[in-house]
Design a protein around this ligand. Structure first.
Ligand code: NAD
Ligand code: NAD
Lengths: 205, 205
């Protein structure tokens, strides 16, 4: 089993490998990966070792096979069907964002309870009524839900999502969800804190 | 100078300290922090050591002074004035989100170039025209900008932001910005990758 902090770094390595592959690079080394990502060389070698990947001395790692291996380890070598629950500002911005499909996350449908939103379409994806959730999950074989409803209804809607058979939630709301499946919380304030730290250091130079 | 990965963890520790303080806890230990956050005990002690904080054997750390010290280290013991550039779906969702102000990030104004959006107000914050950017930055002493414009205009608008005197950008667009100030990129696909990994592991149990 791969430890969670390693999983977070594998995502970073994947981005970097995709970036250098797009520039035509076919081999890389743990030290060049480490330098671009702000981690240590030892950390990169240890993480890739978890996947049974060891670089060849003097040559390093082949970009394409390594990319494939990391995608496999992160279960990205398959596609994931996603539902947006709450087609408001955040929900509709995600429906219109094309980059997720490229990574194997297909937003197949959205649901909402507001009659003025139900029946509309964003970037080809339709908004249905929340009451259809169980049948939509079966029909589209939905794996994951993005929760983008107001804070005060979040827990109740999360329970409906689990009852409908969904196994994971990407939670945009500030509510802490108590559900028996994995939840990944989106917390933009940590990014603002990082930025504030970097700007303070930048100004002190 | 604090290394970047340590800064990322300090944000995590801050969240955890705020969470336990809200429950009335006044002392904590590196091992209990480590357990809640999925890092090692040694890592917590090393990170807090960077701030000159060492726990007392048998007692651990005092929650309030430690929180204050981390906020100081992350330059959060002051307030930061933020401008939203691009008052579309993402921009307006951030304008309506109250949690940032609690952490010292005050969204003071937004700008856009669409005449139908300029002059509107979201949660008390007004949308002005992009042409006013330089005078707004001076008037409100703006430190940071959130970039939420379409991909194809991102670099050009980022240059206007820097020219107006702003020292840091929170970038929602998929464009890689080439500017001489700190940029923090929002990449929601990494969160989806984490969730996919957790759900695959959850299903294999
Ligand atoms: N994590 C962050 O940093 C961050 C930033 C901005 C917003 N948010 C949060 O994201 C969530 C969405 O924000 P938004 O700006 O898109 O809000 P919004 O009000 O624009 O959208 C909410 C949508 O949920 C729908 N809804 C309400 N009750 C529902 C229910 N019972 N069942 C189904 N749908 C329901 C509404 O009809 C609306 O379409 C909020 O919880 C907000 O606090 C988080
Ligand atoms: N990081 C992620 O995971 C993620 C998710 C969703 C959206 N996005 C990105 O966030 C950005 C905003 O998305 P959105 O859904 O809010 O888009 P949107 O189209 O709803 O909003 C864009 C806003 O920018 C304004 N604008 C356009 N050109 C401008 C210019 N030259 N100067 C000033 N303002 C200008 C428009 O008038 C509009 O109000 C896009 O780049 C999108 O790709 C990223």
């Amino acid at each position: 089993d791969i430890p969670r902090p390693t999983v977070r770094r594998l995502s970073l390595y994947l981005r970097e490998l995709e970036r250098i592959a797009a520039q035509g690079t076919t081999t890389t080394s743990s030290s060049s990966m480490a330098q671009s990502l702000g981690v240590t060389d030892v950390q990169v070698r240890r993480d890739l070792g978890c996947l049974g990947q060891t670089g060849k001395p003097g040559v390093g790692y082949q970009v394409a096979p390594l990319t494939h291996r990391i995608r496999e380890a992160l279960s990205l070598n398959r596609s994931w069907n996603v539902i947006i629950v709450g087609a408001g500002r955040i929900g509709r911005a995600l429906m219109a964002y094309p980059s997720f499909a490229g990574l194997g996350f297909k937003i197949v449908v959205a649901v909402d309870c507001d009659a003025s939103v139900v029946g509309t379409t964003v970037a080809g994806t339709e908004v249905k009524h929340l009451d259809n959730l169980p049948s939509l999950v079966r029909e589209h074989e939905i794996d994951l839900a993005v929760l983008a409803v107001p804070h005060d209804v979040a827990q109740g809607i999360a329970e409906q999502i689990i009852d409908a058979g969904i196994d994971g939630i990407l939670n945009f709301t500030p509510a802490t969800l108590h559900v028996p499946v994995p939840v990944e919380r989106i917390d933009l304030s940590r990014s603002l804190e990082q930025l504030a730290f970097e700007v303070a250091a930048f100004r002190n130079q």
